[in-house]
Design a binder for this molecule. Structure first.
Ligand SMILES: Cc1ncc(COP(=O)(O)O)c(C=O)c1O
Length: 396
């Protein structure tokens, strides 16, 4: 027996492997500092937990419509109007089991064999694999650190082809933390305007913003809203990664297609989690302020410490909770007599010999970089940075 051919292009995820190894070491009692996680260390706000408990108590434990309960879809529309100045009707919204599920269903609903999706690098590891699982072809467009990792409109223009079905934008970005400026978004809008394709705006890190203003492409190019899909969810902003709650808003034809995929796979997201999401979206939003301030303090601490190291250069990210230091200045130096030549090798040494888990840049389309998450305590960050410094100073 063989696995289906559709799994052939999918490689085992090096990031999951690294995470698994870090967890296994920790389980053996090894004191590992994990800067690898893509999830907040903050707890889910109490009022959100209470809403889920209340829903359970009231017996709200049955199937709901696949696309989510009407009240939640209305609350999502209200959120999109309030925070993003975007107008959507509830039948243009589908509630999913995490934002990842929304993106997966989107590609399943949209792509035919060989259709292309433009993905600026560095990218979230899952985009290319999800495109390939739907039979599509990821077309990677490089960005430059000097330009703040914003996609270059000319590069997007060159990558567009008659087979391009979508362009994926993720700001604030995982892994770079880059936030695309109005000018950058206007340039991208100009590049895609003449081409009949969707623009996917993955806004999942929207609330984790340290500089400037959050904008998505629909805000700067209202003419593109009719072919934009907004992806968002509760995981990062509301510290709800384990609850699995996301959503998509977009053109009705597409959202209906996504719902059809969902009808035959997961059906609705958990009923009482939908009630929790409703409370989150309608409830007080002031807890973001101290949370973002804390992340900002950690960001500055990490960036300053990294930039003090010879051979390391780190851009100060405007959003999300990752730094993406350029470590290519360390390549060619030797560790215990062996030259360091790549991010995967560097991450392995860090984990095996210095007990720090940091993601290699390569799987994110960012060779020459590593990704460190600052969604962990300052104490852990300090310890991780000290160990990283020890590694850098041990190189010859
Ligand atoms: C850019 C980006 N989009 C989407 C997701 C998916 O989030 P979730 O499925 O937890 O809602 C993640 C999670 O790491 C992410 O980094």
């Amino acid at each position: 027996m063989n696995l289906a051919n559709r799994l052939k292009p999918i490689k085992p995820s090096p990031t999951l492997a690294l995470n698994a190894k870090a967890k296994a070491l920790a389980a053996q009692g090894v004191d590992v500092v994990s800067l690898a996680a893509g999830e907040p260390d903050f707890d889910t706000p109490e009022f959100i937990k209470q809403a889920a408990i209340e829903a359970l108590r009231q017996g709200f434990t049955k199937y709901t419509p696949t696309a989510g309960i009407q009240e939640l879809r209305e609350a999502i529309c209200a959120k999109l109007a309030r925070d993003n100045q975007l107008t959507y009707a509830p039948d243009q919204v589908v509630v999913t089991v995490g934002a990842k599920h929304a993106i997966y269903n989107l590609f399943q609903a949209l792509l035919n064999e060989g259709d292309e999706v433009i993905i600026p690098a560095p990218y979230w590891v899952s985009y290319p694999d999800m495109v390939q699982l739907a039979g599509g072809k990821p077309v990677i467009v490089e960005t430059r650190e000097e330009n703040g990792f914003a996609p270059d409109p000319d590069a997007i223009r060159r990558a567009l082809s008659p087979r391009t079905k979508a362009v994926v934008l993720n700001s604030p970005s995982n892994p770079s933390g880059a936030v695309f400026s109005r000018a950058a978004l206007e340039g991208i809008a100009q590049a895609v305007r003449g081409h009949d394709c969707l623009v996917v705006s993955d806004d999942i890190y929207e609330k984790l913003l340290y500089e400037g203003q959050f904008l998505n492409i629909g805000n700067v190019a209202p003419d593109l809203v009719s072919r934009m899909v907004v992806i968002n969810g509760m995981s990062k902003s509301f510290s709800m990664t384990g609850w699995r709650m996301g959503y998509a808003a977009g053109p009705k034809w597409l959202v209906s297609g996504m719902q059809m995929i969902q009808d035959q796979s997961t059906s609705n997201a958990a009923s009482f989690v939908q009630k929790a999401a409703l409370a989150a979206l309608k409830g007080p939003q002031d807890f973001f302020v101290p949370m973002v301030e804390e992340y900002r303090g950690r960001r500055d601490m990490v960036v300053d410490a990294l930039n003090a190291l010879d051979g390391v250069r780190c851009r100060r990210p405007e959003g999300a909770f990752y730094v993406l230091p350029n470590v290519s200045g360390l390549f060619g130096r030797t560790y215990k007599g062996t030259p360091v030549t790549g991010s995967l090798q560097l991450s392995e040494i860090l984990l095996n010999d210095f007990r720090v888990a940091a993601m290699p840049g390569a799987p994110f389309g960012a060779e020459g970089y590593i990704r460190m998450s600052f969604a962990t305590s300052r104490e852990q960050l300090r310890k991780g940075l000290d160990r990283f410094k020890e590694f850098v100073t041990s190189l010859r």
